[in-house]
Design a protein around this ligand. Sequence first.
Ligand code: GDP
Length: 529
Amino acid sequence: MSELLVQEEAKKRRTFAIISHPDAGKTTMTEKLLLFGGAIQLAGSVKGRKAARHATSDWMAMEKERGISVTSSVMQFPYKDHIVNLLDTPGHEDFSEDTYRTLTAVDSALMVIDVAKGVEARTIKLMEVCRLRDTPIMTFINKLDREGRDPIDLMDEVEDVLKIRCAPITWPIGMGKSLKGVYHLYNDSVHLFDARHAGKVLEGEVIEGLDNPRLDELLGDQIADLREEIELVQGASNSFDKEAYLRGELTPVFFGSAVNNFGIAELLNDFVEYAPGPQARATTTREVAADEPKFTGFVFKIQANMDPQHRDRIAFMRICSGVFKKGMKLRQVRTAKDVKIPDALTFMASDRGHVDDAFPGDIIGIHNHGTIRIGDTFTQGEELYFTGIPNFAPELFRRAQLRDPLKMKQLQKGLSQLCEEGATQLFKPVSNNDLVLGAVGILQFEVVAQRLKDEYNVDCSFEAVNVQTARWISCDDEKMLNQFKTKAASNLSYDHANELVYIAPSRVNLQMAIERWPDIQFLSTREHG
Ligand code: GDP
């Protein structure tokens, strides 16, 4: 495969995720973006769509009951000579670890904000994660068909709270009942709002030029105010600076209404034009550029039983460089084994199809029979690991309690597989035979219990255990480490990857251990690999 082809294909890719607070409109936005990509037919209402998705895909029963999206998926669609990869992130807070890792696999993000609510708690958290890698962010202020806050106030809030400069690209003309349209500050065109066309790609009239007499005709008294306001906005706000956007210092802001499919064309057109393609990525040895001819990629997510008929587990791999070809042999760097990948999956708009070729920025799904872990790097032989795919120290701990003691084997198998997926973390204390589970959110325990029952036929409950926090242990001095292992044995355990972890009954205990052992590192995240 020629280097040129990889370069060309890489350049077309736009791989991103949506970050937002629940209810701001992420699902609706996803659906409309897919509509533009020609990926789905008119989908009806969001509710209908959500229900239909539940019916056709294979989400867990619990997920259906609660109406939350525990699993996340990947959707690929073409748009204007580009290939867009949208990585969905779970909406529920308890699954934020999964979200963090998904955000390591994107090149940019789209922040969706509710015009009435402004910056909300989860947006702040997700923005912090994006900041770790200076991920470029575009902003869509949603629900303009409802009364909301003053656009200037909203942008001030984004700047103050999220510490990122705002550059409006479109500007709303009215809001709520008086919403007339949006004005594109750079194309000098007005896109009129027409709620009746919500399900179609082409909606509303587009009028070129703010001084077009047609606007006087249509907007009457409103036009003079609009012209004045635009002049003010142009004078007082930041102008779009592509480099600052790419550095993650400035966010271009668009206004619209996702449910009415309004303002999204403007966003998507500028998104494919300005959002970054696949970026160079750091590894343990060197930076890997996207247009290198040799294949590299890393696994950021493992998901079980996407298809209950097949009981498969799929590892989601982000391609960082080179080309993936069907049937290719790849080196799994951690195990130093070359494995043939006969049937990778691609994710064309939620239908899983089979891949022939895939390029940097693309996500492929590979069947996992328990040998692949989150964070695994695959190459064509080169010894390197992609860095920055973290495992977070859990905050909540429970001891697994079997109802039927004869099912110990199944329990161990189930737990170790669920841990591989990153659904929860397993700790085996050095000093006893407990199986201690750690999670970031309480819902994870329920999911694990449910899945153990459904998928492994194990009835198990989780009870309180005297652990409050955990830290991964690292120390270059082997003698010191051995001494520590002996002295602190009652607080030590191994995680599922056999890494040593200090589990503390209280924060005070942890603090004392840290002070007592200055040469030992107590780490709150562990990188996979
Ligand atoms: P998510 O939780 O972020 O995925 O949000 P959803 O896409 O499920 O949207 C939450 C609610 O807001 C749903 O009832 C949507 O129909 C509604 N919604 C989404 N976009 C708009 C919009 O532009 N205007 C109005 N009025 N409602 C919207």
